[in-house]
Design a protein around this ligand. Structure first.
Ligand code: ATP
Ligand code: MG
Length: 508
């Protein structure tokens, strides 16, 4: 790459030289042709055009060459004695000096303008790269997507051969979380690196500041060895600080003999702020999801205990009380029919109370869900519904308790709402397991117009489902029934966004 870069200016210069020589020759022919018709016009001034072109396109050096060439051609063709190359005539000297001054001044100005234009194009490109990454971070995508985008943009903006994002681990090692390479990726992935020997990660950890390493020659340590193996000559890195603590590092490396320009640290630092914000956002999202999951789990736990207490305590006592009364009824002498009848009536009432209690406990927590799983629990729900329910169940295995409970309450709340609010003639429940996701759809043909903010049932479903990393969609156009669709991920049952994948090695 370095050889290719070096050969470019030579070619550029040679082409400039050829074009300038051709232009000088062309203008000389023009002057020879027009001079007899335009005596005293000073057509030699046309050479200035060649010098201006050379200065703006190829720079001061070539412009000076073009100036000298023009003055020599002028002297050779037009200054007596013609066809000689002796610059003795004061006019030729003046022309030469004017040409050279023009070449230097225009060349310098054009160079400055070119550099300013290049710098402003670079800044514009950097701004749009920052905007791209910031937009991605604001979209609440996973941090790993932001990390990858940042590694790519830093690599490109710094003209690096390699760019990496790394996270410091509690055990004192460092793990790559994103890597970008100008060519095919060459680094080992999925390993933690010890912070011994020379490396950007270690220097940043020690200083907490941006650092640069100009050479890995003779340096010890696994990272330095890998850098040499990859042909890395120098690296620059900046710390990523999240909520006041050092979280990780962004590093850019080059195989070029030329080190990175002095403003590279500042350039990388502008990206570290976005990364830190994305990490802080993801962490607070994760904490929020975890706290929602805890609230939901605590509620479920309380319901389960209440159901158990009622079942094992009050319910059992009522059952035995009923049995005792039946037994007592049997022992009452036949000549006391009124007493026998009264006792029988109390026993009947106790049976009714028991039925009511069973009904209530079923609403608190369905024991059939823990015992038989989602399938039997939903079949019972559908069977007992006051509105006819068509149940299509394509998911008969057992799932984690949070998923089963969430799915059960979604169907239960949706059917209760259908009965309470929809004035529907029919409801349908579809449950299917596909792509590691449990999908539920509950529809009714009622009046529609469901508004979650009006009660607590639907809002509770949002909490429950989103706490498990799932999604819920309520569609209820007035007059066209209500449809609730829910997806519950089956692999991850602890709530919160997926963890950031650890991909790799360490920054040279
Ligand atoms: N299937 C439905 N058809 C028509 N309206 C509905 C339906 N489901 C809900 N709604 C409307 O949306 C509102 C919110 O429902 P939500 O379940 O959140 O509360 P709720 O049923 O009123 O009370 P609860 O907190 O006991 O569930 C209801 O008050 C009702 O007006
Ligand atoms: Mg409700």
């Amino acid at each position: 790459m370095a050889r290719y870069a070096a050969s470019l200016p030579v070619l550029h210069w040679l082409s400039g030289l050829l074009v300038s020589a051709a232009l000088v020759a062309a203008f000389a022919s023009l002057i020879v042709f027009f001079d007899p018709y335009l005596p005293g016009v000073g057509l030699e001034a046309l050479y200035i055009l060649v010098i201006l072109a050379a200065a703006t396109i190829w720079g001061t050096g070539l412009a000076v060459v073009a100036a000298v060439l023009s003055a020599l051609v002028y002297e050779y063709l037009f200054v007596p004695p013609i066809h000689t190359l002796t610059i003795r005539d004061p006019l030729t000297l003046v022309v030469l000096i004017v040409f050279v001054i023009t070449a230097v001044v225009v060349g310098q100005l054009a160079g400055r303008m070119r550099r300013a234009a290049e710098e402003s194009a670079r800044l514009a490109e950097e701004q749009s790269a920052l905007r791209r990454v910031a937009t991605l971070a604001a979209k609440s995508v996973s941090p790993s997507a932001v990390f990858e985008a940042v590694a790519r943009e830093v690599g490109r903006q710094c003209n690096a051969d390699l760019a990496r994002l790394e996270r410091y681990e509690e055990d004192g090692t460092v793990t790559g979380v994103a890597v970008w390479s100008s060519g095919p990726a060459q680094q080992a992935l999925g390993t933690r690196f010890e912070l011994e020997g020379l490396s950007i990660a270690r220097e940043v950890r020690q200083t907490g500041d941006p650092v640069r390493i100009e050479s890995f020659v003779g340096a010890t340590g696994a990272i330095a060895e890998e850098s040499r193996a990859l042909g890395i000559r120098s690296s620059v890195g900046c710390p990523i600080v999240v909520a006041g603590s050092l979280w990780g590092v962004i590093a850019a490396s080059t195989r070029n003999a030329e080190p990175f320009p002095p403003d590279t640290e500042a350039q990388i630092a502008r990206f570290t702020e976005i990364v830190a914000t994305a990490i802080a956002n993801a962490e607070s999202r994760e904490q929020l999801a975890a706290s929602r999951a805890r609230v939901v789990a605590a509620g479920d736990d309380m319901r389960r205990r209440l159901e158990r207490d009622l079942h094992d305590g009050v319910q059992q006592r009522l059952v035995s009380l009923g049995l005792e009364l039946r037994f007592t009824q049997e022992t009452v002498p036949a000549e006391l029919p009124a007493l026998r009848g009264d006792i029988g009536q109390v026993a009947d009432e106790i049976t009714e109370v028991l039925d009511e209690l069973r009904e209530t406990t079923r609403g608190i927590h369905p024991a059939i869900l823990s015992q038989g799983g989602l399938g039997p629990a939903l079949r019972t729900l559908a069977r007992r519904s006051a509105v006819p329910v068509e149940l299509s169940l394509d998911a008969d295995s057992r799932y984690s308790p949070p998923v089963e409970v969430a799915a059960y309450y979604v169907v239960s709340e949706a059917l209760t709402n259908t009965i309470k609010h929809a004035n529907a003639s029919h409801a349908a429940v579809f449950v299917e397991e596909r792509d590691s996701t449990l999908r539920l759809r509950i529809c009714d043909d009622g009046v529609g117009g469901a508004v979650p903010q009006r009660g607590s049932g639907l809002i509770g479903l949002y909490d429950r489902v989103e706490a498990l990393g799932g999604s819920i969609d309520v569609v209820s156009p007035t007059g066209h029934g209500t449809r609730i669709q829910v997806s519950l991920p089956l692999e991850q049952t602890d709530g919160g966004p997926p963890p950031v994948p650890a991909v790799g090695a360490s920054s040279p």
